[in-house]
Design a protein around this ligand. Structure first.
Ligand code: NAD
Length: 297
C-alpha cells in the first residue's frame, strides 16, 4: 500500500512550532522581519512573493515587501539590498529569482549580508553547507529532509538519487543528504540532462528525488519497488481550466505510485515545505542577530 506524504500537514506542524519560537522572540521585544524584493512582472514570481508575505502575516513575522521596476537600472536593486542589510528590523532578505537579464544574479546573491541570507544562496552560506557547518539550509532541500524525517524514512545507508543539479535544489540537497548526520548519511547520486541510463539509476534508488522541471517524466519504469518518491517539480502545463493551465510535478503520480511505498503529491508535497522552511530560516535569523535562544523544530 502506497502512502502519500502530506506536505501540508508537516508544514502546518512546523509553522505551529515556529509560532512558539516567535513568542520567545516577542518576549525579548523582537519581531522577526522578512523582506521580499521583486524585480519582475512574471505572474508566477508575483504569486510566490505574495504567498510568502501571506505566510509571514499568518505566523507573526513582520513582512516587508519592496517592488522594483523590472526596467530600472541594476543599481536600484543593489541599493535596495544595501538598505535592507542596514535595517535592524529586517532579519531576512529574499530577492525573488529570476531577476531581469541586465541584473547579475550572482552579484545579487553576494550583496545580501550572509547573516540575513535566508535563502542560503550566498557563497559563504553555500560553503558552510558543503563543509558540514550550515547556517541556513536552502528551503526546498531542507523541506525535503523534514518530509523524510516526519515519515521516519531512513536516509542513513539509503541510496538517494536526485534528478537535477541546480544550485537551488539538486546540489544543496545532495550535500545535505551526504552529511555525516542522522538526517544525512545517504549514498547520493546526482543525475542531470547528460546522465547515461537515467532509468536504471533511478530504479536503483531507495529515495528518488525529481527536480528536473520536466512534466511527469518519471513513471513506474523508473521507480524501484518500495522506493520513496519525492517530487519537487512544479510545471505549468496547458489545460482546460479557468486559468488555461494546471500545475503538475516531474513525476507521473498514478504510474509511479504502482511501485513506490511513499510518494509526494503535487500540489501538497514539497511546495508547502519550501514556504514553511523560509519562515524557519527567518526565525533562526532573528534569533542569531538578536542573540535570543530560539528553539527550532
Ligand atoms: P533547473 O532548470 O535549474 O534545473 C533542472 C535540472 O534538471 C538541471 O540540472 C538539468 O540538468 C536537469 N534535467 C533537465 N532535464 C533533464 C532530463 N531529461 N533528465 C535528467 N535531468 C534533467 O530547475 P530547478 O530550479 O532546480 O527546479 C526544478 C523543478 O523544481 C522545476 O519544476 C521547479 O519549478 C521546481 N521547484 C519547486 C520548488 C518547490 O518548492 N516545490 C522549489 C524550487 C523549484
Amino acid at each position: 500500500m502506497t502512502e502519500d506524504i502530506d506536505g501540508n500537514a508537516v508544514a502546518a506542524d512546523i509553522r505551529e512550532s515556529l509560532a512558539e519560537g516567535i513568542e520567545t522572540l516577542e518576549a525579548e521585544g523582537v519581531t522577526p522581519g522578512l523582506a521580499t524584493v521583486l524585480m519582475s512582472d512574471d505572474p508566477a514570481s508575483e504569486t510566490y512573493v505574495s504567498m510568502k508575505q501571506r505566510d509571514c502575516e499568518e505566523v507573526g513575522i513582520n513582512g516587508i515587501h519592496v517592488e522594483i521596476d523590472p526596467d530600472a537600472p541594476a543599481e536600484e536593486l543593489y541599493d535596495t539590498i544595501d538598505d535592507l542589510n542596514a535595517d535592524p528590523e529586517v532579519h531576512g532578505i529574499l530577492v525573488q529569482m529570476p531577476v531581469p537579464d541586465h541584473v547579475d544574479d550572482r552579484q545579487v546573491l553576494r550583496s545580501i549580508d550572509p547573516i540575513k541570507d535566508v535563502d542560503g544562496f550566498h557563497p559563504e552560506n553555500v560553503g558552510r553547507l558543503v563543509a558540514g557547518n550550515d547556517r541556513y539550509r536552502p528551503c526546498t532541500p531542507h523541506g525535503v529532509q523534514k518530509l523524510l524525517e516526519a515519515y521516519d524514512i531512513e536516509t542513513e545507508g539509503a541510496d538517494a538519487v536526485i534528478v537535477g543539479r541546480s544550485n537551488i535544489v539538486g546540489k544543496p540537497l545532495a550535500n545535505l543528504l551526504l552529511q555525516k548526520a542522522p538526517d544525512g548519511n545517504a549514498t547520493v547520486t546526482v543525475c542531470h540532462s547528460r546522465t547515461d541510463d537515467l532509468e536504471a539509476k533511478c530504479r536503483n534508488a531507495d529515495i528518488l528525488v525529481a527536480a528536473a522541471g520536466m512534466p511527469e517524466f518519471i513513471d513506474a519504469e523508473m521507480v524501484g519497488e518500495g522506493a520513496t518518491v519525492i517530487d519537487v517539480g512544479i510545471n505549468r502545463v496547458d489545460a482546460d481550466t479557468e486559468k488555461g493551465y494546471e500545475l503538475v510535478g516531474d513525476v507521473d503520480y498514478d504510474s509511479a505510485k504502482q511501485q513506490a511505498d511513499y510518494i509526494t503529491p503535487v500540489p501538497g508535497g514539497v511546495g508547502p515545505m519550501t514556504r514553511a522552511m523560509l519562515l524557519y530560516n527567518t526565525v533562526k535569523a532573528a534569533g542569531l542577530q538578536e542573540d535570543v535562544d530560539v528553539e527550532l523544530p
